[in-house]
Design a protein around this ligand. Structure first.
Ligand SMILES: Nc1ncnc2c1ncn2[C@@H]1O[C@H](COP(=O)(O)OP(=O)(O)OP(=O)(O)O)[C@@H](O)[C@H]1O
Ligand SMILES: [Mg+2]
Length: 497
C-alpha cells in the first residue's frame, strides 16, 4: 500500500459561470514533491484554496488527511492541520517589518507572556541565512522590499511554521536562479524529514529538478498523472498540459532590422543605475539580462519616467523627446509592461475590457468625450482571442481571473495601445507553456510590423530564444552588449556575476 498523506475524492468547485474543478480524485504521497500542472485557469490555485479552507468544495467531495476524512473550514484550521501555504498572491502586511510578518498571529513569547523580540529576530535571521538571502534585513518594512524579496519573506513565514505539508503556488516566478537553488536545497532537506510538498510552477525545467509525481489539469479536469517526474518525457507532459502538440517553443523569425529608432543616453538614478546608454533599432528585439536586482527594472522605469532620473536623454527617430512620467511615455508611443502586474498593471475591480482599453481610451476609443463602445468591445474580444484569455466574458471583473490570465490582460492592454516601442518586463512570468509561445509569436509580429521591442527576462533560454541582441547588467551598470550570434548562456552569466 502506498503511504498517502492526502487524498482528494470527487472534488468539484463551481463559481458563478465557471466550473473551476470537476470531480477531481487523486492522492499525494508522504515525503513527495507533488507538482500540479496545467494551463492558466486550469484550476490549480482553486484546488489549493480548497485545501487551505479559503474556498469550500461543492457538496459530494471528500478530502482525506492521513486516511481520515477532514473538513477544512478556514485557513486557521488548515494551519492547525499542519498545512502551510505560500499563495500565488502576496499576503503580507506592507507596513509591518519582515520579522513581524513572519511571526504574525503566532508571536514568540517568553515566560512572562510578552513578545520575545530577541528570539523573533534571531529565528528570522536563521531562515534568512538558510535561504542565502542575507541582504534581507529582518527589520525592513515589507512594502519597501522588491517583489522577489517579498516572495522570500512569504516562504520564510511558511517554513518557520514547521508544517507537515507545504504548498507552494508559483514560488519561483520572481526569484533569481541562486535563490531558486537555495529554495530547492531546503525542500530536499525537509523532504528527508518527511515533509510533503505541493508545488505549482509554469517553469517546465523545474518539474524534473524538484518533482517526484505530478498531476495535470485542463479546464478543471484531471487529464494526466505522472508517476516519476525524473524520467518523464517532457514533450508528452507539454501535450498533456496544452492538449495539443506544441511545434516550436520559440517560433522562428527572420530578423529585418532597420535604422536606430530609440536611443537612451546617460541615464542616472542615484544609488540605483549609472551611465545607461544604448540604442534600439526598428524591427529589433533587444534582451536585458542580469541577476534580479541588477537594475533592469529600474532602467525601464527611469526611461518611462516612473522613477525620477537625475540625468539622461531619450531620442525617438533621432528627435529628442520629453518623457518624465508614464503618461508622456504613452503619448510618445512607448509601452511598458511592468513586472509586478498585480500592483502596477491591473485594476482588479475593473473588467477585463476596461483594463485592456485603459491606456488607449483617448487615442483609439474616444471622440472627444464620447466612448465608442463597440470599438472598445471589439478590441477587447480580439485580444481575448489572440492571447486565449480564459474568462466567461470581457465584462468579468479582473479579480475573478486566475493569476496567469490576469497577466495576459495586462499584456493585452499594452498590445492594444499600439505603441511603436515596447518594454516588456518579464513578459511570460506566470504564463503557461502554450501561451508563452503565443506571446513570443506576438513579439515577432510586433517587430515584423516595424516596432522595436525590449524584453527584460531572467530566463536565459528565453533571452537566447527570442532576442537579436543582449544587454547584460550588473550592479546598476551595463556590462555587455552582445549580438545573438555571439551570445551563449555562459557568456551572459560571466557578465552578470
Ligand atoms: N473567486 C473566483 N470567482 C470566480 N471565478 C474564479 C474565482 N477563482 C477562480 N475562478 C475561476 O476558476 C478557474 C480556475 O482558476 P485557478 O485560479 O484555479 O487557475 P490556475 O490553474 O491556478 O491558473 P494560473 O496558472 O493562471 O494561476 C478560472 O477560470 C478562474 O477564472
Ligand atoms: Mg493559479
Amino acid at each position: 500500500m502506498s503511504d498517502s498523506i492526502l487524498r482528494f475524492e470527487n472534488i468539484s468547485k463551481t463559481f458563478p459561470g465557471v466550473k473551476a474543478l470537476k470531480n477531481i480524485s487523486f492522492e499525494i504521497h508522504r515525503g513527495d514533491v507533488h507538482v500540479l500542472l496545467g494551463e492558466n485557469g486550469a484550476g490549480k490555485s482553486t484546488l489549493i484554496k480548497i485545501l487551505t479552507g479559503v474556498y469550500q468544495a461543492d457538496e459530494g467531495g471528500t478530502i482525506y488527511l492521513n486516511g481520515a476524512p477532514v473538513k477544512i473550514h478556514d485557513t486557521l484550521q488548515s494551519r492547525k492541520l499542519g498545512i502551510g501555504t505560500v499563495f500565488q498572491e502576496n499576503s503580507l502586511i506592507p507596513h509591518l517589518n519582515v520579522a513581524e510578518n513572519v511571526f504574525l498571529t503566532r508571536e514568540l513569547r517568553n515566560a512572562s507572556g510578552t513578545i520575545d523580540w530577541k528570539r523573533t529576530y534571531t529565528e528570522c535571521e536563521r531562515w534568512i541565512s538558510e535561504l542565502g538571502v542575507t541582504h534581507i534585513d529582518p527589520h525592513a518594512q515589507v512594502r519597501k522590499l522588491s517583489v522577489a524579496d517579498q516572495q522570500i519573506v512569504e516562504i520564510i513565514k511558511v517554513f518557520s511554521q514547521n508544517p507537515s505539508i507545504v504548498i507552494l503556488d508559483e514560488p519561483t516566478s520572481s526569484l533569481s536562479d541562486n535563490e531558486i537553488s537555495n529554495l530547492f536545497r531546503i525542500i530536499e532537506t525537509l523532504k528527508k524529514t518527511g515533509v510533503t510538498f505541493i508545488y505549482v510552477s509554469h517553469r517546465m525545467e523545474e518539474i524534473k529538478q524538484i518533482g517526484d509525481r505530478a498531476t495535470v489539469f485542463r479546464d478543471g479536469e484531471l487529464t494526466g498523472e505522472i508517476e516519476n517526474c525524473k524520467t518523464a518525457d517532457m514533450d508528452q507532459i507539454i501535450n498533456m498540459i496544452v492538449g495539443r502538440t506544441l511545434e516550436e517553443k520559440f517560433p522562428h523569425r527572420e530578423s529585418r532590422i532597420g535604422d536606430v529608432m530609440f536611443e537612451v543616453k546617460d541615464i542616472q538614478v542615484p544609488d540605483t543605475i549609472y551611465d545607461i546608454s544604448f540604442t534600439l533599432r526598428k524591427g529589433e528585439v533587444l534582451g536585458f539580462s542580469g541577476l534580479v536586482g541588477s537594475g533592469r527594472t529600474s532602467t525601464a522605469k527611469a526611461i518611462i519616467g516612473a522613477i525620477p532620473r537625475t540625468s539622461g536623454e531619450i531620442f525617438i527617430n533621432g528627435q529628442k523627446v520629453k518623457v518624465t512620467n508614464p503618461a508622456e511615455a504613452i503619448a510618445n508611443g512607448i509601452g511598458y509592461l511592468p513586472e509586478d502586474r498585480k500592483t502596477e498593471g491591473l485594476i482588479l475591480t475593473k473588467s477585463v475590457k476596461e483594463n485592456i482599453s485603459l491606456p488607449s481610451l483617448q487615442r483609439k476609443f474616444k471622440r472627444g468625450f464620447i466612448l465608442d463602445g463597440k470599438k472598445e468591445r471589439d478590441a477587447a474580444e480580439e485580444y481575448r482571442d489572440k492571447l486565449r484569455i480564459k474568462t466567461p466574458g470581457i465584462n468579468r471583473l479582473s479579480k475573478f481571473l486566475s493569476g496567469g490570465n490576469q497577466q495576459k490582460v495586462v499584456f493585452a492592454k499594452w498590445l492594444c495601445s499600439e505603441a511603436s516601442i515596447y518594454i516588456f518586463d518579464e513578459p511570460t512570468r506566470g504564463i503557461d507553456v502554450g501561451a508563452k509561445s503565443e506571446i513570443y509569436q506576438i513579439i515577432n509580429n510586433l517587430v515584423g510590423q516595424g516596432a522595436a521591442v525590449i524584453v527584460i527576462s531572467s530566463e536565459l533560454p528565453e533571452i537566447l530564444g527570442i532576442c537579436d541582441r543582449v544587454i547584460v547588467m550588473r550592479d546598476g551598470r551595463i556590462t555587455a552588449n552582445i549580438d545573438r550570434a555571439d551570445a551563449t548562456q555562459e557568456k551572459i552569466m560571466s557578465y552578470s556575476i
